[in-house]
Design a protein around this ligand. Structure first.
Ligand SMILES: *Cc1c(COP(=O)(O)O)cnc(C)c1O
Length: 425
């Protein structure tokens, strides 16, 4: 074997301890089957943009209206990101400065509500996000969070409940979208309810932004007042977020992000968002988005055929929520066993979960990462078989079976190098 130079030579010299940890993480991401639906692999180009000297620059304000000098290049970088966001999502206004999805949502509260006001969102255990008014979040303590869920019989959003709560509680803001919602979000139905009660409708498309950009999920644009998204999930950009809206809300949103909530934007992240949006505008990204959904549907089919219970009975998007109750394996036990088998998932509550949030009944899986590695629908029966074997091994405490799966997984992963990793060249 030839010794090849370290992937990050300066870091390797300056801080070998840290460089070793990053190297180990690269190998872990290369060798394992990553099924966490909020994760992905960014391209080498996106990764490079995040590691540039743009990170050295302070730029409080917006392009052409900054509080610091020397913005000749930064203004152009941010304008590029904004214009690309507007083109990809078909919106009139985009703010690319929010540090991440949670601060982006907090900026929405700041723009459209006052402390103590009522907001309506999907409850966390039903698939919503913490920042949609859940109790332990600042959004649920500083605001009056009222929560809707899904129907027990269908596992789908109960629009009768949403409408009744909206009429009764008169929320200032209604959030739709979530973190464990395997079905298409009916933005039109939410839009109708929001208009009836005079609420601002926020479509939080953090999970599905890449699917929306690639035409594999309907767009919220005609129905939502504000679109909030992270940039690092299906959109395959750096860790960051965006707020988008019609021109009428531009001022309120910009003011809320800066100076309302944040200081200087992370310019290196802004640049990487611009790169990711350029990639998302390419025809190949449409193929990617549709392949993510095709893979999730094929994986759901294969799991159903193996007797797994899926929340809502399947999926329309990138995500599958497995209820392991009938398998008599708690979600956490299954998730930890699968991790030892080289299959990375997260344990998750299922709607009406009789178990506790830190020890719930389900696992949540998704196909964005494996699709980024070029795996297609023909591989999904194999993935389902590994999950099935892994869950059975978890029930029996069969470590040998888990180790065998890990070897098989690593073999398939070696044949499908991930974008951006040193091993991918
Ligand atoms: C991931 C996510 C967020 C929060 O994003 P962070 O970057 O983790 O703060 C907000 N809303 C939804 C629906 C999400 O899935």
């Amino acid at each position: 074997m030839t010794a090849h130079p370290p992937a990050h030579p300066a870091l390797h010299t300056a801080d070998p301890e840290l460089a070793a940890l990053i190297g180990a993480e690269e190998r872990l991401q290369a060798d394992t089957l990553r099924l966490i639906p909020s994760e992905n692999y960014v391209s080498a180009a996106v990764l490079e943009a995040t590691g540039t000297v743009l990170q050295n620059k302070y730029s409080e304000g917006y392009a052409g209206r900054r509080y610091y000098e020397g913005q000749q290049n930064i203004d152009l970088v941010e304008t590029l990101a904004v214009e690309r966001a507007k083109a990809v999502f078909g919106v009139e206004h985009a703010n690319v400065q929010p540090y991440s999805g949670s601060p982006a949502n907090l900026a929405v509260y700041l723009a459209f509500a006052a402390p103590g006001d009522t907001v309506l969102g999907m409850s966390l255990p039903m698939g919503g996000h913490l920042t949609h008014g859940w109790g332990v979040s600042a959004t649920g303590t500083w605001f009056n969070g009222v929560q809707y869920g899904v129907r027990a019989d269908t596992g789908r959003i109960d629009f009768d409940e949403v409408r009744d709560l909206a009429r009764k509680e008169r929320p200032k803001i209604i959030f739709c979208g979530g973190t464990a919602v395997p079905r298409t979000i009916d933005f039109a139905a939410f839009g109708e309810i929001a208009r009836e009660v005079g609420a601002v409708l926020v479509a939080d498309i953090a999970h599905i932004a890449g699917l929306v950009a690639g035409g594999a999920h309907p767009s919220p644009v005609p129905h939502a007042d504000v679109i909030a998204t992270t940039t690092h999930k299906t959109l395959r950009g750096p860790r960051g977020a965006m707020l988008m809206s019609r021109a009428t809300h531009a001022k309120a949103i910009d003011k809320a992000v800066f100076p309302g909530l944040q200081g200087g934007p992370h310019n290196h992240t802004t640049a990487a968002i611009a790169v990711a949006l350029r990639e998302a505008a390419a025809p190949s990204f449409r193929d990617y988005a549709h392949a993510v959904v095709a893979n999730a549907k094929a994986l759901a089919e294969a799991l159903l055929a193996r007797g797994f219970d899926l929340v809502s009975g399947g999926t329309d998007n990138h995500l599958v929520l497995i209820d392991l109750t009938s398998k008599e394996v708690p979600g956490k036990v299954a998730a930890k066993a699968l991790d030892r088998a080289g299959i990375v998932v997260n344990y998750n509550t299922v709607p009406f979960d009789p178990r506790k949030p830190f020890d719930p009944s389900g696992i949540r899986i998704g196909t964005p990462s494996l699709t980024s590695r070029g795996l297609g629908t023909e591989r999904m029966p194999q993935v389902a078989e590994w999950i099935d074997r892994g869950v059975s091994a978890a029930a029996k405490g069969d470590e040998e079976a888990l180790a065998a799966i890990r070897t098989e997984v690593a073999d398939l992963m070696a044949a499908h190098p991930a974008p951006g990793l040193a091993s991918a060249g």
